[in-house]
Design a protein around this ligand. Structure first.
Ligand code: PEP
Ligand code: MG
Length: 838
């Protein structure tokens, strides 16, 4: 059973909390206290040794949850952990929940047999019942104050009043920014609006407050870092909650098209993504899995099942996000980060846990009920933008249900290009589409601001939404046409109308092509220096799409996507087909194929990497491949065989030492020898390079450079390892900034080693696609930049405005700077001077 430790400055308070919690569980949960210090003159304080003794007293391998009051209690608890042997320390969990409510909730959950995760979750959500009960009174009791933080009467709570500045209010993305920020502080932070209260750490509660531009919000924070938290929130609000206030051009275009006379046979929905589509209908009926409510015996086990399903759904979202970044762009892919926040919402998890225990029903039924309730709260809001977020909640809800019920996702497939017609599309559905297989989208529900509409615009697929009356009349295969700029839908096409529309579509495509042509211009600086601008791809299909954005080759083929969503690894022949298809699409342009980078945030279940406490530091990528020649050798053979007819290069991920590189090259040698033995052709001079993404590689870059033909910097991993901050953990996301001087200096060091040894160096981490970084990276000596394809036109534009001399000066200056903020500010100013508007 999980046991508890209560840490307080006051021995009496610690004993009192224990008495209260013990009484709730009839003394059946082991609870130890560490209250006050052994100094009769000054008994108020905390002592790490007392905390240590208390932990030892009730230690249980199932887990010990430590609750504490405030200030030095936290430090004492943290120090106590340092004195424990690691295997014991790993079973002790410090909990930020409020002491009294948290201790009672934790004790009750521990008694019901819950594991440490469920006890923690229960304690963390312990304030919610009190909050909802007192919600009507809280607004009145909040002290009046100025816009600055002010202490309230009790002196424990900090308060901040502010007015929502941004045009769309606290909708999903600003809400996500706020929640991410709040999560970095220990303080309990609440927001009140018109008598409603929300936890600032719950994305659903924040968004369903329905806060709109001009509304007054009252923030209260209590805890050791309350003042800092409110200060940070005030700064975020001053920056519009990180929300760009301009309306996206494509959305403005569809909004501006006013109503016009509708000729006969024509109906109208809401315009959502510009462009003309003509073609047969493919009807799509996505459905929430049918959930049965079953009585259960063990609520704790059900909740554990839910938490496991949530974890898997989060990993899946990481993959969906990466795919969306490649096809729709990094900013649009952030929609799926908001989905992760919904999954992590402590209030939602708490509510499901409560429902499971209260109604003694299975996790699926409790989850579905809470998801529908949460989605319903969004639907009830007045703001159509916030109403549209209900779809995100349902999308996330389905994802978890599929995990709980072990339902395989059916990918959306089309036998021929078609107009996709559905009641409504989720963002996850939309992210799977491409303009090649989907000519247009028509939905009965949804608005122009739904995330699926945002994705459709980014993908360049014409869309009409909210066509309530039309959709039920349509049949599979029927030919229709739609105009995503005006919202018009033609259900019957006369020869004359069709001809007109075909012409209109042709001129729309021609306009698009003209914009794409501009992006096709070769990337050169203003003084004529060539910098290769390439794309990152995950499938061979992506290679074709990347060319439309102006890619001059592929600088990173993430082959792990070929290994995902299946039950066994692809054979050598299957890989060969995929690599050849990508190379053929590139028609002679360079293609860098990275060997399998599984593990970390890219789970591939059948590889049986298993659970790891620190997957990013674990058995992943090259480390796994070196131990698995059965996987590594066929891949290397497939890449080599592709090189017989196409200009491909091999790249090893996650190289941290010369020994690893030697071992990888030895397997490559084996692959070469086996192919030679079979008389199979390959390019004997194939370039072999490595990713620079582990700090140790920077320090031995001079050695590594003597052994390879090129370096490609992976800033996504390099930044997380340099800053020791998990790239998927929202709480430390502030540290994941590629402009951090430590990261810039690492890039500089790798570039110098490359130059000294006469090899070329490029970058394929996300930083390469940020036009703000372009002058700096060129100035540091990088000659190739590989990025998500939609970022290419802006980076090319930044390059065309730059001279090598100005780039060199910018890099020199940046290398002297001491903070990411200073560097970003300087690069912004430099871009205004030298380049196109960013
Ligand atoms: C990187 O780490 O920067 C990189 C490009 O690789 P991935 O994002 O696939 O780990
Ligand atoms: Mg990486």
């Amino acid at each position: 059973m999980v046991s508890l430790v209560i840490v307080s400055h006051s021995a009496a308070l610690a004993d009192g909390v224990r008495e209260l919690a013990s009484q709730m569980v009839q003394g059946q949960v082991p609870i130890a206290v560490a209250g006050g210090i052994d100094d009769p003159e000054h008994p108020i304080g905390t002592d790490p040794m007392k905390v240590l003794a208390a932990i030892e007293d009730v230690f249980s391998p199932t887990g010990v949850v430590v609750l504490m009051d405030l200030g030095s209690a936290l430090m004492s608890a943290e120090m106590a952990l340092e004195f424990l042997p690691p295997e014991k320390a790993s079973r002790v969990f410090l909990c930020e929940a409020p002491l009294v409510e948290g201790a009672i909730a934790a004790a009750v959950q521990a008694l019901s047999g819950g594991d440490a995760a469920s006890v923690l979750a229960e304690a963390r959500g312990a304030l919610l019942p009190k909050q909802s009960q007192l919600a009507p009174f809280l607004d009145q009791s909040a002290p009046a104050g100025t816009a600055a933080a002010a202490e309230d009467a009790a002196g424990q709570r900090e308060t901040l009043r502010l007015t929502v500045p941004n045009r769309l209010g606290l909708h999903a993305r600003p809400a996500a920014k706020l929640v991410n920020l709040a999560a970095r502080f220990e303080a309990l932070i609440e927001i009140r609006r018109n008598g409603r209260v929300a936890s600032a750490k719950s994305v659903n509660q924040v968004a369903t407050l329905g806060a709109r531009q001009g509304d007054e919000l009252i923030f209260t924070a209590s805890g050791p870092d309350a003042a800092e938290a409110l200060q940070a929130i005030q700064e975020l609000a001053a920056a519009n909650f990180g929300d760009p206030d301009e309306e996206p051009a494509a959305l403005a275009a569809v909004r501006e098209s006013g109503p016009d006379q509708l000729p006969d046979g024509l109906v109208r929905g809401n315009p959502a993504s510009p462009g003309i589509a003509i073609g047969p209908i493919a009807l799509y009926h996505p459905q929430m899995p049918a959930v049965e409510s079953r009585p259960i015996e063990d609520p704790a086990a059900e909740f554990r099942r839910l938490l496991a399903a949530i974890e898997t759904a989060k990993s899946e979202l990481g993959v969906v996000r990466q795919k969306a970044a490649r096809t729709a762009g990094a900013a649009e892919a952030d929609i799926f980060e908001a989905h992760v926040l919904i999954l992590e919402d402590p209030a939602l998890q708490h509510a499901v846990n409560e429902r499971i225990s209260r109604e003694k029903i299975n996790a699926e039924a409790a989850w579905l009920a809470e998801i529908e309730e949460t989605a319903g709260r969004y639907t009830e809001l007045e703001d159509p933008y916030l109403q549209a977020r209900a779809q995100d909640v349902l999308d996330v809800g389905q994802r978890v249900l599929r995990q709980l019920m072990d339902i395989q996702v059916q990918p959306l497939t089309f036998s021929r290009p078609a107009i996709l017609v559905a009641e409504e599309l989720t963002p996850s559905d939309t992210a799977q589409l491409t303009p090649e297989n989907v000519l247009g989208i028509l939905t009965a529900r949804g608005g122009a601001t739904a995330h699926s509409a945002i994705l459709a615009r980014a993908l360049g697929i014409p869309a009409v939404v909210g066509a309530t009356h039309i959709v039920p009349q349509l049949t599979d295969g029927q030919e229709i046409a739609l105009d995503g700029e005006t919202g018009q839908v033609w259900l019957a096409l006369s020869a004359e109308t069709k001809e007109e529309l075909v012409e209109k579509r042709a001129s729309w495509l021609a306009e698009r092509q003209a914009a794409q042509k501009k992006a096709q211009a070769e990337a050169v600086t203003a003084d004529g220096v060539r910098i290769e601008v390439a794309a990152n791809i995950g499938t061979s299909r992506d290679a074709e799409l990347a060319l439309n954005f102006g890619a001059e080759g592929v600088g990173l083929y993430r082959t792990e996507f070929l290994f995902m969503d299946r039950r066994q690894p692809p054979s050598e022949e299957e890989q060969l087909t995929a690599y050849r298809a990508a190379a053929a699409a590139l028609a002679g342009r360079p293609l860098i194929i990275r060997t399998l980078d599984a593990g970390g945030d890219k789970p591939i279940p059948y590889l049986e990497i298993g659970h790891e406490d620190n997957p990013f530091l674990g058995w992943r990528a090259l480390r796994y491949c070196l131990d698995h020649p059965d996987i590594f050798l066929p891949q290397l053979r497939a890449i080599l065989r592709t090189s017989a007819d196409h200009p491909v290069k091999i790249m090893f991920p996650m190289v941290g030492s010369l020994e690893e590189l030697h071992r990888a090259k030895a397997v490559l040698g084996e692959a070469r020898a086996s192919l030679s033995g079979e008389n199979r052709p390959f390019d004997d001079d194939i370039e072999v390079g490595i990713m620079i993404e582990i700090p140790s590689a920077i320090f031995v870059a001079d050695h590594l450079a003597t052994e390879v033909d090129f370096f490609s910097i992976g800033t996504n991993d390099l930044t997380q390892y340099m800053m020791a901050a998990d790239r998927g953990n929202a709480r430390v996301s502030g540290l994941i900034n590629t402009f951090n001087p430590a990261v810039i200096r690492s890039i500089h060091a790798a570039a110098r080693a490359a130059q000294e040894h006469g090899i070329w160096i490029g970058m394929c981490g996300e930083m390469a696609g940020n036009p703000l970084a372009t002058p700096l990276l060129v100035g540091l000596g990088l000659t190739e930049l590989s990025m998500n394809a939609p970022a290419i036109p802006a980076v090319k534009e930044a390059l065309q405005a730059l001279t090598m001399e100005s780039a060199g000066r910018i890099a020199e200056k940046v290398l002297l700077m001491s903070s990411a903020a200073e560097i970003e500010q300087y690069l912004r100013a430099a871009a205004e001077m030298f380049g196109p508007p960013l």
